[in-house]
Design a protein. Structure first.
Length: 327
């Protein structure tokens, strides 16, 4: 039992380090193959920062621990906005570009609303089963393809667009390593992701069983925050360095990836039943995204101020308290 707990926490280290190695190795390989820095940022880095959530969800879906898979995504998206953007805004006020305000954030809101409708079969159609079917998963992935098409379109039309900032998530232009080292980093990163993801899912089930709480609670809290550590590190450092475009774009992009790509893929692997207790968390995801949009028109226009960031963090603490009481 103690070993399972130890492996659970070591799993997070392997997961985060694995994602880091995968991104660095793949970026280096991409540069050697002549792929532009912008394209590396839009593909390798963007996908790489979402691999912790992806790997945990794939293992959870395969093993039938669907509450962890669902809780991980919903909890990550809520933590991304309320906790990570909140902390980032406290560090330095976040100015949000017009394109992000009117396009990317609404697209993130669309993702949350689409899921809210998809998982309410019992309420909308009076079905006995509510959740994401494989067809729902394919629809979510289709939305993700549309989003990628949009991103590539605006990056091609405007090489200096904010999406260029995605390449800075590794702090600079990707470093180029030798071919053998690049392949070794990719292999090591994938191995760390696989092992870490397996240990996290197994540990989550063990912790939930021993504490007598739901797997959904563990997924919404510990697992969600743990898999969001790359986003936290990226946005907090970006805010400290006053690279606010990265801090905001990183979170909004991650939330879109999480729902349309990772949750969609998880549902394709295994249909995800949504217990009634998780419906409030679906709506909390919608509310958090709406709140992000709303604060951009309160106070200084298109700026998340320090006091607003503080309010975000307080709301998140209140949400966690609610989850603990709910059990």
């Amino acid at each position: 039992m103690i070993i399972t707990y130890i492996l659970f926490f070591v799993g997070f280290i392997l997961l985060i380090k694995g994602a880091d190695l995968l991104v660095d190795g793949a970026s280096s390989l991409g540069k050697r193959l002549g792929i532009s820095t912008l394209m590396i940022g839009l593909t390798i880095v963007a996908f790489g920062t979402s691999t912790p959530e992806l790997i945990v969800n794939i293992f959870a879906s395969i093993q039938g621990n669907t509450d962890i898979a669902i809780g991980n995504i919903l909890g990550s998206n809520i933590a991304n906005i309320l906790l990570i953007l909140g902390i980032s805004a406290i560090i330095y006020p976040l100015a949000v570009k017009r394109g992000t305000v009117w396009k990317e954030i609404p697209f993130s809101l669309l993702a949350a609303i689409v899921v809210a409708f998809m998982v309410n079969d019992a309420f909308i159609d009076n079905d006995l089963w509510s959740g994401l079917t494989r067809i729902d998963g394919l629809i979510l992935i289709s939305f993700f393809v549309i989003f990628l098409y949009y991103v590539f379109g605006i990056s091609k039309a405007d090489p200096t667009s904010p999406n260029e900032d995605l390449t800075k998530q590794t702090d600079a232009t990707p470093r180029v390593y030798s071919l053998w080292r690049s392949y070794l980093m990719i292999g090591g990163g994938l191995l760390g992701l696989v092992i870490g993801g397996k240990w996290i899912v197994d540990g989550s089930v063990m912790i939930a069983t021993n504490l007598g709480v739901s797997q959904a609670l563990i997924g919404l809290t510990i697992v969600a925050v743990g898999t969001s550590l790359p986003e936290l590190a990226t946005s907090a450092v970006a805010a400290y360095k006053k690279n606010v475009d990265i801090a905001v774009g990183n979170i909004v992009g991650s939330n879109i990836f999480n729902i349309f790509w990772i949750l969609g893929l998880s549902a394709v692997v295994r249909p995800l039943p949504f217990p009634q207790i998780l419906m409030s968390d679906v709506f909390m995801t919608v509310i958090a995204t709406l709140l992000l949009f709303a604060v951009l028109f309160v106070g200084k226009r298109h700026i998340i101020e320090r006091w607003q960031g503080f309010c975000f963090v307080v709301i998140y603490i209140g949400y966690i308290a609610y989850l603990v009481i709910r059990g």
